[in-house]
Design a protein around this ligand. Structure first.
Ligand SMILES: [Zn+2]
Length: 414
């Protein structure tokens, strides 16, 4: 199974927007962007709203059938680990191994010594493809990265072996994700991580590092764009370098776990993937849930009241909702409006505050982050919420398609 050059990881919390999402991919294809679709849902999302991987498979299959999609599509077991991988074996053919919690658990010193010895040919100056520049690797760089990451890669190997045992060789795609940690990987560290993955014979087709800057849920990139561009360019050069120097799949590419809406880095990524003629995998699923609630607020008084109710209940359970997302949010609670105040908003105001338009004076990124992670409340409403998704499907689906195509696919790939 080979993931094509450009792919998009998408999906929705409640399984109602499969067709609307696929429509955006079809629109891309009509405009010359050939994307593989990866329906992704993390273990965390399944747990919070009580869905199963087979639900995602069912949603994908029915969208594919309804719209006669003949392109590639996959089902991603997103952010899984050894303790839950078996829940995903039957329904998934794309596995994102989240081993971030192992970062920094030191490997035994003899293992580190052996690793350094075996890869001392990388010590010194490395000329990077495409760029006019080189990087310099010291013995201590390899030692330090080995200490920090070898246990992490060993854990990924265990999960990979478990999947391969059940699904058979080459029947699935592997991604390793390190993004949900506090540790940024420098380009040089990433090279040493890739050396370790190559040695462990884990045939990853994508890898999601944690980049410099902040990737918080639902809002734009926070950080220095120049630093991001510098690192991202080096990372793409390193990916090219590994293709001739390491035993990794030739289609290896970077996966961006956007956490939704990293608009300001899209033009940089677009420019650089073209410069290196390389692929990219973009994950962006949560943004669709926000489109659902924005659309409900716009749809009718009934829809607006429902969304206000979600906010009020979420506000009262702030700590509980934030806990599973603590590494990927940065919410200033003081900036969250009191639900009593929100209860007086009309739908226009709701739209202004929640829609990701930083030029709007009412836009509130703290509220947007908070609602991004508050979907558990909607899940608890059960059929009341789901019926509203169905009743107002027309406006929701339109916004979902437009959001993914206009705000994500176009700036990133076109
Ligand atoms: Zn992620």
């Amino acid at each position: 199974m080979n993931l094509k050059k450009y792919s998009i990881g998408t999906g929705d919390r409640f399984g109602y927007q499969g067709k609307a999402l696929l429509k955006a991919i079809i629109k891309a294809k009509e405009n010359g962007i050939d994307l593989a679709v990866v329906w992704n849902k993390s273990f965390r999302e399944h747990k919070l709203i009580n869905t199963k991987p087979s639900d995602v498979l069912g949603e994908a299959q029915s969208a594919v059938q309804a719209l006669n999609w003949i392109g590639d599509y996959y089902i991603d077991a997103d952010h899984i680990n050894l303790s839950n991988v078996n829940l995903f074996i039957d329904s998934c053919n794309f596995f994102t191994l989240d081993v971030a919690e192992y970062i920094g658990k030191p490997a035994p010193s003899n293992v580190i010594r052996e690793f350094v010895q075996k890869h001392k040919n990388f010590i010194g100056k490395i000329k990077l493809p495409v760029l006019e520049s080189s990087i310099y690797i010291k013995k201590s760089d390899i030692e330090e990265s080995a200490k920090k990451y070898l246990t992490t890669i060993e854990e990924a190997k265990k999960i990979f072996m478990e999947i391969e045992k059940k699904k058979g060789k080459n029947n699935f795609i592997i991604e390793i994700s390190l993004d949900e940690s506090k540790e940024v990987q420098t380009p040089l560290e990433l090279l040493i991580i890739l050396i370790a993955i190559s040695e462990a014979k884990i045939p990853i087709q994508t890898i999601a590092p944690k980049f410099v800057g902040e990737f918080n849920k639902g809002i734009d990139y926070k950080g220095n764009l120049k630093n991001f561009e510098r690192d991202f360019e080096l990372i793409l050069a390193i990916i090219q370098f590994t293709k001739t120097k390491l035993i990794l799949p030739k289609n290896l590419k970077i996966s961006i776990h956007s956490g939704s809406d990293k608009f300001s880095i899209y033009p940089i990524i677009n420019k650089l993937i073209k410069k290196f003629d390389t692929g990219i995998h973009l994950k962006t699923a949560g943004t669709t849930w926000l489109e659902e609630i924005i659309s409900l607020a716009l749809s009718s008084d009934e829809g607006l009241e429902l969304v206000k109710e979600i906010y009020k209940k979420a506000y009262d359970r702030y700590d509980e909702l934030c806990l599973p997302y603590v590494n990927v949010i940065d919410i200033n609670k003081e900036k969250l409006p009191n639900p009593e105040k929100v209860s007086r908003w009309n739908n226009k105001m709701f739209l202004n505050v929640l829609r990701h338009d930083s030029s709007c004076e009412h836009y509130n990124p703290d509220l947007r982050q908070f609602l991004h992670i508050a979907y558990k409340i909607a899940a608890e409403m059960g059929s009341r919420f789901l019926n509203a998704l169905e009743k107002y499907n027309k406006i929701i689906a339109q916004n979902v398609t437009e959001n993914i195509y206009e705000r994500h696919i176009k700036p990133l790939f076109l």
